[in-house]
Design a protein around this ligand. Structure first.
Ligand SMILES: Cc1ncc(COP(=O)(O)O)c(C=O)c1O
Length: 391
């Protein structure tokens, strides 16, 4: 069969955007975080329907900022437990470990790829401080189930929406259900600023702490209305170099923010295209229910096109077909995270049946605004020939 050009992502920055970027670079007097970042954050808050957005240099940095800020605000102690998914990108979990908190892994479910909600119930202890929910490959997690489980407990929800920008639960965008949420603007995501990410929150105190920690802990990063009081309180330290909190440098550039501002108005259209592709994909795969799990959910903002095979050998065989056809593919995120060498010390304590199943039996191919009906039709033919050969 003739090879298809179907990479995970294509040339997402249009020539028009490149021209605008070039002009911006030629004319701007400022490249580090400044007014473009501010404008992008305001536009993002409007789009996300949240109060505050903090632009950072990656989705991973957004997660780090969230965990570090939550630890400080809620006065968590080293060793306090944070519930994390076993099926997610590594950097949902690593900030928890890097912050001296204890990750408690919960198995995934095979419907929306979020927590196995029964396992979640079992993993909550009196040391649990937060649940870090990850909305996986565009599927909104079942927040109402999670909220029911933690009802009357002092446990907060943090959201990782890096793969699910624009996914909704009853018309509310994911990222608005906990104290804060992360988003990623890496190349393959719904919107790109080349590298980049966002923390969103509706909590002013949390927002202010994120502003500090994003930028070394510097007091001058806080909203202007707070400056005079702080200056009075710390009159013996030059306000320009006054550090109120332990911080990082997680800032991004004016160039990324400028690009983000041009990408943002297009994202709804792109999500529509991704979801249209997903519907067609599901329709085709539904013919092979004998071999494939069919994952669909209301409110999806499709990230990729996932194949979950009932039989591992068949998956390996199909992966070969995809490779030979020129269709780039990846494991379904990092598979069972506990199989990853860096987590080997945690592995012994866990039996994660569904995450293991996903680890062995699944993979995904790209979905984005460049995937069209022609490509989906080719995929249909590939699947037809693959399963007919088999049957
Ligand atoms: C669920 C999840 N969280 C966090 C990240 C990290 O984002 P970034 O690559 O921008 O650091 C990713 C990246 O794809 C992700 O899929």
């Amino acid at each position: 069969m003739k090879k298809i050009f179907w990479p995970l992502q294509e040339n997402v920055i249009s020539s028009n955007e490149r021209k605008k970027l070039s002009n911006f670079i030629l004319n701007t007097k400022r490249f580090t975080q400044f007014t473009e970042v501010d404008k992008f954050e305001k536009a993002y808050s409007k789009w996300q329907k949240c109060k505050y957005s903090i632009y950072v240099n990656s989705g991973s940095s957004a997660n780090l900022l969230i965990v570090q800020s939550a630890k400080e605000i809620y006065n968590w102690k080293d060793g306090d437990e944070i519930i994390v998914p076993s099926l997610t990108w590594t950097t949902t979990v690593t900030p928890v470990i890097q912050s001296n908190l204890k990750p408690v892994f919960v198995d995934c479910n095979l419907k929306d790829f979020s927590f196995d909600y029964e396992d979640l119930k079992k993993k909550i202890s009196n040391k649990t401080k937060a649940i870090f929910v990850a909305h996986i490959i565009g599927f909104p997690s079942d927040i109402s189930k999670i909220k029911k489980i933690i009802k009357n407990k002092k446990i907060i929800i943090l959201e990782d929406s890096c793969e699910s920008q624009g996914a909704k639960i009853n018309q509310t965008k994911v990222g608005n259900f906990g104290i804060a949420s992360s988003f990623s603007f890496y190349w393959g995501h719904h919107l790109t600023t080349i590298e980049g990410g966002m923390v969103t929150t509706n909590d002013e105190k949390f927002y202010n702490l994120c502003l500090l920690k994003r930028s070394h802990g510097l007091a001058r990063e806080l909203p202007k209305k707070l400056h005079n009081n702080i200056k009075r309180k710390y009159a013996n330290i030059d306000f320009k170099f006054l550090f109120l909190s332990s911080g990082f440098n997680l800032r991004n550039t004016e160039i990324g923010a400028y690009l983000g501002r041009f990408q943002l108005p297009k994202v709804n259209k792109w999500i529509k295209i991704r979801n249209r592709n997903y519907r067609q994909f599901i329709e085709i795969c539904s013919k092979y229910k004998k071999h494939l799990l069919i994952n669909d959910k209301k409110g999806i903002s499709s990230f990729v096109l996932p194949f979950v095979f009932k039989n591992k050998k068949l998956k390996i065989k199909f992966q070969r077909v995809l490779n030979n056809s020129g269709i780039e593919n990846r494991p379904l995120i990092a598979g069972n995270l506990l199989e990853q060498p860096f987590l080997k010390n945690y592995k012994k304590k866990y039996k994660l049946k569904n995450a293991n199943f996903i680890h062995n039996n699944s993979m995904y191919i790209g979905n984005n605004q460049f995937v069209n009906s022609k490509k989906i039709l080719k995929l249909k033919k590939i699947l037809q020939s693959f399963f007919n050969e088999k049957n």
